[in-house]
Ligand binder design. Structure first.
Ligand code: NAP
Ligand code: G4F
Length: 335
C-alpha cells in the first residue's frame, strides 16, 4: 500500500488532499503541531464519516522548525510521496512576522528536503509553491517561464523554497515538483483570507449578527479556483514519469470588489451599505494582478479546473449561511 506524508494536513489543502488520497487507497500520515487549542477541525470529519477509510489516517507530532522531528518521521514512516503544504501562509501577516515566515515557509522546506536526503530514501516530493512568487508581474498571464518578483516576505520565502526544490531535483536526482498554485478557496478556507472573510460576513449580516465588514484593497485582481480541484493537480504531478514544475490556475481574473458583489448579491444584500475600508488591511507592497496560464498542466497532466468562479463563491456563501444558521439555532436552544 502506498504511503503519503502531508505537512500542513490541518490546513485547507491538507484536509482535501488527505480525503483524496484515502479515497485512492493510500495510507496517509499527517504532521500536526502542538497547539494549546484543537487544530484538527478540518480533518475531524474524516473520523466521523463512515464512507472515508479513516483507519488509514495517522497523525504525528512534528514541526517544520524542528529538523529532528522531520528526520524521525521520515525514517520511521518511509513514505512513497511527501506533500509539503505546511507554511505560515498569510501574506499580510508575513510583513508582521517576516523572520518566522522565512523560518517556516522558506527554511522549513530545506529541513524536509535534507531529512529526505539523509534518510537515503527516494520519496516523490511536492512543494506548495505560489503565484505570490510572480508578485509584480513580468508577464500577463503568468506561466512557468515568467520571472519571479516577490512583493512580500511570504513571496520571497516561497521563491527560496521553489529554488531549493529545483536544486534537490538537479543535485540529488530527487523526484521533486513545484506546483505553482494560484489562489484557491473553499468553505474550508481560513477565515482571514479575503474570500472567506467576505462570505462569512455576508452570512452573518444576512442573519443580523454582524453589521459592518472591514476590508482593505478592493482593486486587487486574483485568479481564484476551487481547492478541491487544485489538490488533484498536486497528486497528478507525482504520477508522471519525469518531475517538473507546473502552474495551476483557472485563467480568469476578478477584482476583490467583483467577488464581494457576487457574494452579497447571492444573499440579496447591498455590500456598499456594510463595507468599510480599513487601512490596516492594506499591504506595504501589493500584488495587483494575478492571472495564470495552466496550459502545460492541461497538456502534460490532463488537469482541468471543474468548479467555476461563480459556483465557487455560491458554494462558500451557502456553506457559511448554513454554518452560521446552525450556530444561531444552537445559541437560541441553549438560551
Ligand atoms: P493553510 O490553510 O494556512 O494551512 C497551512 C498549514 O501549515 C496548516 O496545517 C498549519 O498548521 C501548517 N503549519 C504552519 N506552521 C507550521 C509549522 N511550523 N510546522 C508544521 N506545519 C505548520 O494553507 P492552505 O491554503 O491549505 O495552503 C497550503 C499550502 O499551499 C501552503 O504552503 C500555502 O502557502 C500554499 N499555497 C496556498 C494557496 C492558496 O490559495 N490556498 C496558493 C498557493 C500556495 P496549523 O493548522 O497548526 O496552523
Ligand atoms: O485572500 P488574501 O489574503 O490572499 P493572497 O494575499 O492573494 O494570498 C493567498 O493566495 C496566495 C496565492 O497567490 C497564497 F500563496 C497565499 O498563501 C494565500 O493563500 O488576499 C487577496 C487580496 C489581496 O490583494 C488583499 O490585499 O485581497 C486583498 N484584501 C482586501 N481586503 C484583503 C482584505 N485580504 C485579506 N486577507 N483581508 C482583507 O480584509
Amino acid at each position: 500500500m502506498k504511503k503519503a506524508l502531508i505537512s500542513g494536513i490541518t490546513g485547507q489543502d491538507g484536509s482535501y488532499l488527505a480525503e483524496f488520497l484515502l479515497g485512492k487507497g493510500y495510507e496517509v500520515y499527517g504532521i500536526i503541531r502542538r497547539s494549546s487549542s484543537f487544530n484538527t477541525g478540518r480533518i475531524d470529519p474524516i473520523y466521523e464519516d463512515p464512507h472515508v477509510p479513516h483507519r488509514r489516517l495517522h497523525l504525528v507530532y512534528g514541526d517544520l522548525n524542528d529538523a529532528s522531528s522531520l528526520n524521525r518521521i521520515i525514517r520511521t514512516i518511509q513514505p512513497h510521496e511527501i506533500y509539503n503544504l505546511g507554511a505560515q501562509s498569510h501574506v499580510r501577516v508575513s510583513f508582521d512576522i517576516p523572520e518566522y515566515t522565512g523560518e517556516i515557509t522558506g527554511l522549513g522546506t530545506i529541513r524536509l528536503l535534507e531529512a529526505i536526503r539523509e534518510s537515503g530514501l527516494k520519496p516523490k516530493f511536492y512543494q506548495a509553491s505560489s503565484s505570490e512568487m510572480f508578485g509584480k508581474v513580468q508577464d500577463v498571464p503568468q506561466r512557468e517561464t515568467t520571472p519571479f518578483y516577490p512583493r512580500s516576505p511570504y513571496g520571497a520565502a516561497k521563491v527560496y523554497s521553489y529554488w531549493v526544490t529545483v536544486n534537490y531535483r538537479e543535485a540529488y536526482g530527487l523526484f521533486a515538483c513545484n506546483g505553482i498554485l494560484f489562489n484557491h478557496e473553499s468553505p474550508r478556507r481560513g477565515e482571514t483570507f479575503v474570500t472567506r472573510k467576505i462570505t462569512k460576513a455576508a452570512a452573518r449580516i444576512k442573519l443580523g449578527i454582524q453589521r459592518d465588514l472591514f476590508l482593505g484593497n478592493l482593486d486587487a485582481k486574483r485568479d481564484w479556483g476551487f481547492a478541491g480541484d487544485y489538490i488533484e493537480a498536486m497528486w497528478m504531478m507525482l504520477q508522471v514519469k519525469t518531475a517538473d514544475d507546473y502552474v495551476i490556475a483557472t485563467g480568469e481574473t476578478h477584482t476583490v470588489k467583483e467577488m464581494l458583489e457576487l457574494a452579497f448579491d447571492r444573499l440579496q444584500l447591498d455590500w456598499k451599505k456594510h463595507v468599510k475600508i480599513d487601512h490596516t488591511y492594506f499591504r506595504p507592497t501589493e500584488v495587483d494582478l494575478l492571472i495564470g496560464d495552466a496550459s502545460k498542466a492541461k497538456k502534460e497532466l490532463g488537469w482541468q479546473p471543474k468548479v467555476t468562479f461563480h459556483e465557487l463563491i455560491a458554494m462558500m456563501v451557502d456553506a457559511d449561511l448554513a454554518a452560521e444558521t446552525e450556530k444561531l439555532d444552537g445559541t437560541r436552544k441553549r438560551g
